[in-house]
Design a protein around this ligand. Structure first.
Ligand code: NAP
Length: 316
């Protein structure tokens, strides 16, 4: 096989995981040779046009002078977009319907957790306190979703199917059956004012960094709750803690953080009104991801056309 069909796998995953990924990718791409970046000979590096990546180190990418594009095995690529902002290398992120349905399942699971008052009943149990609270119908519960992309739309549809009132906000206006959609700042303010639960599914970009700040939290109804399944950097942590301590926000479910794993001394671990999850809402499914990456690469080999890339001007 020629060096032109050699694809380096560049990632910071643990070595054992990398080995499993490389084997699975080679099974999905029998006409290519996917190899660990450390095994690519110096003379072969200039022949590599593309690489398969998961949060690769910039200095390793720089060793491949003729890379034209990268296929990420992850859906979120914000770190890559920062490191490649000035580079001509294009980035293709993972778009996988299976990932979207996994996220939609998580959106439903943790919405139900908040909707059925599970954090409150868990606290009552700790105090041996027997008290029933009024039941609210799903049809009376309003869910606002920040971001109506692959994951936001799948989540919106799942929540609608389960009877919730669903709203969503995105940069460009969307039309989704039985979902009230908003765009622009006025639309955001209107949606926030009606959201009993706010679900964050925006990519982290210069425009969304710290977007959920004191003013946004203040705009939510008294006693509302937040779920962040996107990236930690979307939320101003100090503002969130203040809003929780003042009981303006009743609970936050956080799956993503500025620094992961979450540091042992983070206030989030012990906060009575925060549920900490270890970035588990929508893990990449290796089998479906390999099929999608393989299909995209085979199409590229046949046509020379790079699949739809992340738009560097907007960062997602
Ligand atoms: P996507 O398809 O690119 O959708 C992004 C959505 O956000 C779009 O609706 C977009 O609006 C909207 N948006 C972006 N910037 C905006 C802005 N400044 N103002 C308003 N709306 C804005 O992304 P996705 O596949 O749904 O993924 C979303 C994020 O989820 C990823 O970036 C990643 O960080 C995170 N994620 C988390 C996990 C996990 O396990 N926790 C797993 C996978 C992904 P338009 O529709 O108008 O473009």
């Amino acid at each position: 096989m020629s060096a032109y069909h050699m694809i380096p796998f560049i990632s910071q995953l643990p070595e054992a995981e990398q080995t499993i990924w490389i084997a699975a990718l080679n099974r999905a791409l029998p006409d290519e040779r996917v190899i660990h970046v450390s095994e690519v000979e110096q003379v072969e590096k200039k022949h590599c046009q593309l690489a398969i990546v998961a949060n690769p180190k910039a200095e390793l990418l720089a060793e491949f002078e003729n890379l034209t594009w990268l296929h990420s095995i992850w859906a979120g690529v914000e770190k890559l977009m920062i490191s490649l902002a000035e580079s001509p290398i294009e980035v293709v992120r993972l778009i996988d319907p299976r990932l979207s349905s996994t996220m939609a399942e998580a959106a439903l699971a943790w919405t139900l957790y908040l909707h059925r008052d599970m954090p409150r009943y868990a606290k009552q149990q700790q105090n041996k306190h027997w008290q029933q609270h009024p039941h609210i119908l799903a049809s009376e519960r309003r869910i606002g979703i920040l971001g109506l992309g692959e994951l936001g739309q799948a989540s919106a549809k799942q929540l609608r199917k389960n009877g919730f009132q669903v709203m969503g906000w995105s940069r460009t206006k969307k039309h989704i059956a039985k979902v009230v959609t908003y765009s622009d700042n006025d639309g955001l303010a209107e949606m926030l004012s009606k959201s009993d639960i706010l679900l964050c599914l925006l990519p982290l970009t210069p425009a969304t960094q710290g977007l959920v700040d004191k003013a946004i939290l203040a705009n939510l109804p008294q006693g509302s709750a937040i779920i962040n399944f996107a990236r930690g950097g979307l939320i101003d942590n100090d503002a969130l803690i203040c809003a929780l301590n003042s009981k303006h926000i009743s609970h936050a479910v956080l799956d993503v953080f500025d620094h992961e794993p979450l540091a042992p001394d983070s206030v989030f671990w012990q906060h009575p009104d925060i549920t900490v999850l270890p970035h588990i809402s929508a893990p990449t499914n290796q089998a479906s991801a390999c099929d999608i990456v393989a299909k995209n690469i085979m199409q590229y080999r046949q046509t020379g056309i790079i699949p739809v890339c992340v738009d560097k001007t907007i960062g997602y």
